[in-house]
Design a protein around this ligand. Structure first.
Ligand code: HPA
Length: 252
């Protein structure tokens, strides 16, 4: 892999409910052209807690890009090209495990991928060398540990570990699908965790996920139906904690 200058201390990919990074100072915006097309929007780079932070809204700043249409390759490529080495993906999720209810924050350690039809590799370009990356541990252990320690210092409770099941969306799942995912060992369900994590691995980026629980997944809570208004209310509460966690993370 080609050496790049380290110009960004941390890149944050914001999910549903996180469309800009509050408190970024001296911010500049860049539209990065990539061999894989356009990223979800401009990358905003600025100073936060005395460090350089790049922020990209995964669904676009007006939430116009659906999970199955996100150009994950362009997003990761753009952050890599800007010099990011560490990336935290912030993802809205549904909780499957009983202790992962609304507003809980989880740093997952495993993934099961149920998505389909997405570009999952940088290697499927004519003539590109095929690489089979190790993905036994889909998130970077050191960054996960730093993230958990940072949340502790920030006084924000987080759950260490859990299996993220990535679904295709944009619809929510049926109760039967969630029951199957539970049997498979999933603790959380979200629509954007993959292929983001594996593309980060291919680019040799450190990558960890901050999963914000917006609702109990289908059939896991008391409600017969999941209300989108409630999802966004819970997300807003959990999202408000993100800058404090990131501020502490930047100290490590
Ligand atoms: N399922 C999938 N993705 C989600 C959910 C859910 O219940 N909640 C927030 N993102």
């Amino acid at each position: 892999m080609q050496e790049r200058p380290v110009t960004i201390d941390l890149a944050v990919i914001g999910g549903s409910g996180l469309y800009n990074f509050p408190g970024l100072e001296n911010a500049t915006r860049q539209r990065i052209d990539t061999p894989f097309g356009a990223a979800s929007g401009e990358v905003v780079t600025g100073d936060f807690a005395g460090r350089r932070v790049a922020f990209l809204a995964r669904h676009g700043e007006s939430h116009t890009v659906a999970p199955h249409r996100v150009n994950y390759r362009a997003n990761l490529w753009a952050l890599h090209a800007l010099g990011a080495r560490r990336v935290v993906g912030v993802n809205a999720v549904g909780g499957i495990r009983a202790d992962m209810g609304p507003r809980v924050i989880v740093v997952p350690d495993q993934i099961i991928d149920y998505t389909h039809g997405r570009y999952t590799s940088f290697c499927d370009v004519e003539g590109a060398e095929v690489r089979h990356v190790d993905f036994s541990e889909p998130y970077t252990g050191s960054l996960r540990r730093q993230l958990i320690a940072a949340a502790g210092r920030a006084g924000v409770p987080v759950i260490d570990g859990g299996c993220y099941g990535a679904t295709q969306g944009p619809r929510l799942e049926t109760r039967a699908e969630i029951a199957r995912m539970k049997r498979d060992g999933c603790d959380l369900v979200g629509m954007t965790g993959m292929p983001e994590a594996v593309l980060a691995r291919e680019l040799e980026l450190s990558y960890a996920c901050l999963a914000l629980v917006a609702n109990f997944a289908a059939g896991c809570g008391d409600e017969a139906e999941i209300s989108i208004e409630e999802i966004f209310a819970h997300l807003a509460a959990a999202t408000a904690e993100v800058p404090r966690i990131v501020g502490e993370l930047l100290k490590s």
